[in-house]
Design a protein around this ligand. Structure first.
Ligand code: FAD
Length: 411
């Protein structure tokens, strides 16, 4: 039976594990964190990704965890609404809040629970070496062991470890977008009433409050500036760096900074666009943010769709990785090209420099929301999110057939 090792147990990893298992593969997932990672804000499942979730029988579960957020409002320093983009534009019409909007940690947990039966999960470990030969890939783990797999998949995010080991150092494969994003648990002194609030301030900085079920609030900061070389494990130093960058800001920022110092639920990263050309090399393939990362709002959807197609093509090719990886690319190429897009206008529109640009941005958005140009705000997001035909690789009845066909072929 084909043995697949997946690095990363967030969104792409467990989705791939689920489908590979259903197709009869032997699956191991290795995750660096000691347990499925908490944290993050909301992620959206759009178009074809929603179909994959439905095929997994998870649509109702994911829906039950909808964040409950009804729209996005830009506010001024005194928390007065400048414009509001409400749920009348949401869901299938391609608005800002997807029909399936869910906290990243909730989705990760749901996918992990759905996939763990029959899948070997190894937490608190990582791959440190890959050696490919005619019979497979010898994998050495940080914990000391070594095992051989037929296929290895890097579903380990923007800073993919597998990508580094199999393809080369990160700087060759990512494009820095020039700003930081910070996500953390926070309190707020203003009522949110199920709305996400966003405050854009001069000096290329932006803060946001995001309500979640149970009254918990997620805070977000974005700020531009050169990349600082800081130790990823030194959280106190990272928080000092954020506090300095956001110093002197108004609205709820002082309150948010106060919460940030106390929380253990803290995430910081640069915004990157992944630019790697190859999706696979030999017996190693990349999936999710490791290869599609950096899109505005479609990262999770591409991870889920990519996992479905990669698993399906491996099954359809009876584990022949050469055929399967070629088809994986062929099926998804156009879909990924359409959806792997950074924020329109880049840093200059997302994080304007001065008050004039902020005013202009707000007036333009107001005008577009009021007129027949609304759809231009998101582009043809929903159309592009559905821009791939998902083959029915395995209706439940075909799973067993698929597995036995492979075994027959091996005899
Ligand atoms: C903590 C966190 C918070 C996030 N918050 C948001 C958010 O608020 N909004 C948003 O749109 N997107 C967020 N993302 C990104 C989002 O999850 C992805 O864009 C998307 O869902 C694709 O997921 P992925 O599984 O490809 O990558 P990721 O979700 O980035 O997951 C990669 C996984 O690989 C693991 N990993 C990393 N290195 C190794 C290694 N050496 N060995 C083994 N495992 C490793 C990581 O711990 C992680 O579990 C967040 C990601 C993380 C990890």
């Amino acid at each position: 039976m084909t043995k697949v090792l997946i690095s990363g147990a967030s969104i792409a990893g467990p989705t791939l594990a689920y489908w590979l298992r259903r197709h009869g593969f032997t699956v191991t997932v290795v995750e660096r964190a000691p347990k499925p990672r908490e944290g993050g804000q909301a992620v959206d499942l759009r178009g074809a990704a929603r179909d994959v979730i439905e095929r997994m029988g998870l649509l109702d579960t994911v829906r039950a965890h909808h964040t409950g957020v009804v729209g996005l409002s830009a506010v001024d320093q005194r928390n007065r609404r400048v414009w509001s983009w409400g749920s009348d534009l949401s869901g299938d019409s391609g608005g800002i809040i997807a029909d399936l909007e869910i906290l990243r940690a909730d989705l990760g947990r749901i996918l992990y629970e759905a996939s763990r039966d029959g899948v070997e999960y190894i937490f608190d470990d990582s791959i440190i070496a890959l050696h490919e030969h005619a019979g497979g890939v010898d994998v050495t783990f940080a914990s000391g062991g070594s095992r051989t797999f037929d296929v290895v998949v890097g579903a380990d995010g923007l800073h993919s470890n597998v990508r580094r080991l199999a393809f080369g150092p990160e700087p060759g494969f990512v494009q820095d977008q020039g700003y930081y994003k910070v996500i953390f648990a926070t309190g707020a002194d203003v009522p949110l009433d199920d709305w996400q609030l966003m405050y854009v301030m001069p000096g290329r900085r932006r803060a946001s409050l995001y309500p979640t079920r149970g009254g918990r609030t997620r805070g977000m900061f974005f700020f531009a500036g050169p990349e600082i070389d800081h130790d990823r494990r030194d959280v106190q130093r990272q928080k000092r760096f954020v506090a300095d960058a956001m110093a002197g800001a108004g609205w709820q920022v002082p309150r948010m900074l106060e919460s940030m110092w106390d929380t253990t639920d803290f995430y910081i990263d640069r915004e990157y666009l992944v630019t790697i050309e190859e999706w696979s090399r030999g017996r190693v393939a990349l999936l999710g943010d490791a290869v599609f990362g950096g899109s505005a709002g479609m990262g999770t959807s591409m991870a889920v769709v990519g996992a479905y197609v990669l698993a399906g093509e491996l099954a359809a090719a009876d584990g022949d990785h050469v055929r399967a990886f070629a088809r994986y690319r062929q099926v998804l190429d156009g879909y990924v090209r359409d959806n792997k897009k950074p924020m329109p206008g880049g840093k200059n529109l997302f994080l304007p420099k001065g008050r004039g640009m902020i005013w202009l941005g707000n007036q333009t958005t107001r005008l577009m929301l009021a007129g027949p140009w609304r759809s231009m705000l998101t582009g043809d997001l929903q159309g592009k999110a559905g821009g791939v035909t998902l083959e029915d690789y395995a209706g439940p009845g075909k799973v067993v057939d698929g597995a036995s066909r492979r075994e027959d072929a091996l005899q």
